[in-house]
Design a protein around this ligand. Sequence first.
Ligand code: IVH
Length: 679
Amino acid sequence: MVEEPVDNPYLRDPDTSFAPVSELTEAEAREQVERLREVIAYHDHRYYVENDPAVADRTYDALFERLQRLEDAFDLHAETSPTQRVGGEPLDELETIEHVAPLLSLQSSGDAETIREFDRRIRESVGNVDYAAEPKFDGLSVELVYEDGHFERAVTRGDGTEGEDVSANVRTIGSVPLRLPDAPDFLAVRGEVYMPRSGFQALNERRVERGDDAFANPRNAAAGTLRLLDPETVADRPLDIFVYDVLLTSATLDSHTAAVDLLTDLGFRVGETDIVADVEGVIDYRDRLLDARDDLEYEIDGIVAKVVDYGAREELGSTARHPRWAFAYKFPARTGETTVERIVVQVGRTGKLTPVALLDPVDVTGVTISRATLHNVGQVHDVGVREGATVRIERAGDVIPEVVEVVEAGDGPRFEMPDACPVCDGSVVQEGEHHYCTNASCPAQLRRRLQHFCSRDAMDIEGLGEQAADQLVEEGLVESLADLYDLDQETLAALDGWGEQSAANLLDELEASKDIDLASFVYALGIRHVGTERARALAAAFSLDDLLEASVEDLRAVADVGPEVAESVAAYVDNPANVGMIERLRAAGIEPERRERGGDELDGLTVVFTGSVPGYTRSELAERLEAHGASVTSSVSGATDYLVVGENPGTRKQEQADAEGVETLDSAAFEERILARID
Ligand code: IVH
């Protein structure tokens, strides 16, 4: 626990009204800057490490803003100032740097007998020992170096001897202290950078909505993010770190317990450590964690046991690769080995062709896996997958299993994307690394479009899941989304597996879906690059008739609609088949309503949110504000009136707001100043 900087005036009286910058002498400015950095670092620790903020966001923002002003006015910038977490210039490449001490790996096993054997060897050498048992975090190992208490650099593990300089990216992680109070002259620590599950899911949702590929699992997302060249993008992604080891220090430490205490006191985010008296304690600890595995906010792939006493560690020593005083007891891998029977190509809603490996079914920790995604043709070639290959597949949490490695090469031909759509024979075009079927009435696309059309945020038609959608398309009952509304009781009830009741239910759902708001309707159409947020923006800006007539320029005028999106929407509404389909939907009785306008109290107001406002979902809020004339956009620009900073906010939008001089509101201020106007 980091101590409060009790003699810091801004801790006791954070609402200090600041004298104008111009009235300060340089010495006074320096003093204030130091005090502000100290108190902001303390609040960062309370927020990011303790999950227990000590001040209101508004107050924090005021302190931060003051610090920024002073640094600018007196040219007092410093790399380890809290103002420098974000905003590093994009790099051309990552530099290679040697570690201060080798980053060794661990001997590991998933088998209790082997673990007992590791322990036996340790006891034969140094007698009975206590072990520190800790989660084995499944992320990326990094070295953090501090000199004179200042964050100097962060380096990836690399080959254990040298790695890549990822300092600018690691600096954006709020729980990484940039300065250590009362620190040893030299300190190098080791930790694991990871992406929390919830942040990973949200990031993937945003990526898919934008038309980017989803990351396969949190580890890949963290690895990809850590090596990005633009720290600003990194700052917008939810990375975090657990620090678990002192690599090298000028301080004297005699045990792991002392090391953990030091790290905790210095303000690092340290995982929990259990001290156990023997190897059976290690095994129990592992079994307990295995049960808790799915409830954690981060992935772990086992536990690590370390001899607590440094004297014993020294006696045991290390091999070139791993220390003899520690070992990992791994969980059963969520991976399995099996053979690729065939590689098929699946066609998605937007016509995207995805190669999929059909596998000899294999059980992976209780789940039978018979297919795995290969993402795109480049990936198939990079991994080297061919039919007949023995591959290792991985299932991480709830995400789609993927092929991670070829264990034994296959004898099938090199995979190539077909020139024609495997489902409809339509022509295929390549865009970037992906291939698309260009035939809008391709049945495969239709099946997916149908499912999307019926999904909750779209027309919300229950009872039309994957299987039913496939069936309706296969039976030739639905060739266009509009055909849905021509279905009748008799035809549906006669379908395989259906009956009078399920047919009646679907018809009721279809009838109820006709009462729909424009935003959900626009989303339901499944236009490429138009997710729920953009659909809302379009619905706020256009009536359905205007949207059908909109040009690229008209579309560009909508906040949040960039060139790619505008082109995509314009191409959609220019296609007579689409317009005809929409007219048929209207004729069936769907007249999407622009959301009931509550009034024009917020006309012309542009608001951006970061983090969550307690008690509301983001889309609820956007809906309410837009109904009263406000625009809710996803990025801060000079045109933004307010940035609403809720719980767990990102830092980038705040930085942008600062840079653009946009006023920020915390949740309370937002409720008082904006929601109150429309309640
Ligand atoms: S101690 C030399 N503790 O597991 C001992 N490692 O090969 C240093 N890991 O990539 C490692 N959680 O980064 C230690 N609590 C923990 C860990 C941990 C994850 C990683 C480590 C390395 C791998 C072992």
